[in-house]
Design a protein around this ligand. Structure first.
Ligand code: ADP
Length: 496
């Protein structure tokens, strides 16, 4: 029996006002997993109204009390980690080790942001006049709209929901239409932790519900993670209404391997970063930029290792690579593999479906002899496809890395400290790794990218608070006197 998912508005679970629903499918079996409300503008309006009403009280709830609820969220997530991980694997396909990691990211974020309830640091600075005091403090914004993708159905919403809540905002959350059941189970954790009604509202549905949120005049901030096409649409809709928007979109991340790299370390990292989550992470490695000297050995090792990966249902402990999320995702991978072949790249391994009878499975795929201008070297594929580009030097490697239209993460493998520090200085992505794959962000550091990946905002860490707060500068005059229009410094200093 499929799960019946409901919206959560003003503390009540309900169907869409129209009564319409849509199914989601287990990508490993193609069976219906859940049926969820198809929310329309009416449902989004109801959710925004609930969030507006709740904001009056939530913003005045002391931040340490808000933090206690977040600690409770962390505890409940820990108790339900296995259950949530299994549901997530069934709904979007990635293997259990990864879905457990996805829930763990939210647990870490809940503890981190719960602690922020006793910090939310602002600052004071000296002011120009005597008997005056000045400070800058973070203030809540109001109702926040969240539009999120399916590849990290708990982690990515947690990067948005938890900082937004600790700052005193209320939320309307529109998750991906591919993961409504996991999203509802995540929201239930907040209800069970004692979050007051209306503070966090859930509306499921497709693009129309997201667009209604981006267009709602009472939603002051939109935080979006997803594809570049949709992100740019949301950006222009929201910008025309003067909203603050945070965007995290595509990536075309690279691992650079220099001749002096530790080969075994590099192979492990490349395999995990390229084929983990079936290549469907925004930080996945889709380009391998390899120096000529090490290339033959590295490519041989990658081909051998790729052939050992077990593709299958993510619920099976022996599986290394789960299915793609849906038929559309697999079609896109197939299209790009054809493009790669036509462009003249050399297909070394993979390049075909893994026939399991059912499910959207695709074999880990490696192309070599890829040139910088090929489409498979430039466009986001979002699947288990790695393109190897040969370079002569560190300088050329950096140039190839930086010419991407995207700028999320990059990595270099070298045993030479000078080369590593030059890479730290010269790679122009938002995240840089040394001797580590391009994936694996920790919640205490900013997450986000340059160029086409985003719009300059960051999630997580202290920087993650910027999307969900306004700075308020406060001046207090405690002289108790009428201010003269102009007081020169000397007379001020002579006052008793
Ligand atoms: P993908 O194609 O990888 O699922 P999308 O960028 O289409 O990624 O989806 C990311 C999120 O944006 C999802 O929650 C989706 O429903 C939502 N979305 C899609 N179209 C729109 C739109 N026009 N306006 C607002 N949100 C949208």
């Amino acid at each position: 029996m499929p799960d019946i998912v409901q919206n959560y508005i003003g503390g009540k679970w309900s169907q869409a006002q129209s009564g319409e629903t849509f199914p989601t499918y287990n990508p490993a079996t193609e069976e219906i997993l859940a049926v969820a409300p198809t929310s329309s503008t009416n449902d989004v309006n109801a959710a925004v109204n609930a969030a507006k009403a709740a904001y009056k009280h939530w913003r005045l709830t002391p931040a340490p009390r808000r933090g206690e609820i977040l600690f409770k969220v962390a505890q409940i997530l820990t108790e339900r980690k296995e259950q949530l991980a299994r549901l997530m694997t069934q709904e979007m396909g990635k293997i259990l080790a990864e879905t457990r990691g996805d829930v763990q990211e939210a647990i870490d974020m809940a503890y981190y942001m719960g602690g922020e309830g006793r910090r939310l640091l602002g600052y004071t600075a000296p002011v120009e006049m005597p008997n005056k005091f000045g400070m800058a403090m973070r203030d809540s914004v109001g109702v926040i709209g969240l539009i999120t993708p399916w590849n990290f159905p708990i982690a990515v919403p947690s990067w948005k929901i938890l900082p937004a809540l600790i700052a005193g905002n209320t939320i309307v959350f529109k998750p991906s239409e591919d993961t409504p059941a996991t999203s509802a189970a995540f929201v239930k954790v907040f209800e069970d932790a004692g979050l007051p009604p209306g503070v966090l509202n859930l509306v499921t549905g497709a693009g129309a519900a997201g667009a209604a949120l981006a267009n709602h005049p009472d939603v002051r901030v939109i935080s979006f993670t997803g594809s570049t096409d949709t992100g740019l649409k949301v950006y222009s809709q929201a910008a025309s209404l003067g909203k603050k928007v945070s965007l995290e979109m595509g990536g075309k991340n690279a691992i650079i391997v220099l001749d002096d790299a530790n080969l075994d370390l590099a192979v492990d990292a490349i395999i995990w970063s390229a084929f983990g989550t079936t290549g469907q992470r925004c930080t996945a490695t889709s380009r391998l930029i390899v120096q000529s000297g090490i290339k033959p050995k590295l490519i041989d090792a990658l081909v051998a290792k790729s052939k050992t990966l077990k593709v299958g249902d993510g619920l099976d402990d022996k599986t290394n690579v789960g299915p793609l999320v849906n038929a559309k995702g697999r079609d896109k991978v197939e299209k790009y593999v054809e493009i790669g072949k036509q462009e003249g790249a050399k297909l070394l391994v993979g390049g075909q479906r893994t026939d399991m009878g059912k499910g959207y499975f695709y074999a880990p795929t490696l192309f070599s002899d890829v040139s910088r201008s090929m489409r498979i070297a430039r466009e986001e594929i979002f699947g288990p496809v790695l393109s190897a580009i040969e370079v002569a030097s560190l300088d050329e490697a950096v140039e190839v890395n930086n010419e991407s239209a995207y700028g999320l993460s990059s990595s270099i493998f070298t045993e030479n400290v000078n080369a590593a520090f030059r890479a730290i200085r010269d790679l122009t992505t938002g995240i840089v790794y040394i001797n580590h794959g391009t994936t694996g962000a920790e919640i205490q550091f900013p997450f986000g990218g340059t160029r086409g990946t985003g719009n300059g905002m960051r999630e997580a860490g202290q920087a993650g608070m910027d999307s969900f707060t306004e700075w308020k500068s406060v001046y207090v005059d405690f002289s108790g006197r009428l201010q003269r229009a102009q007081i020169d410094t000397e007379s001020v200093l002579q006052e008793p």
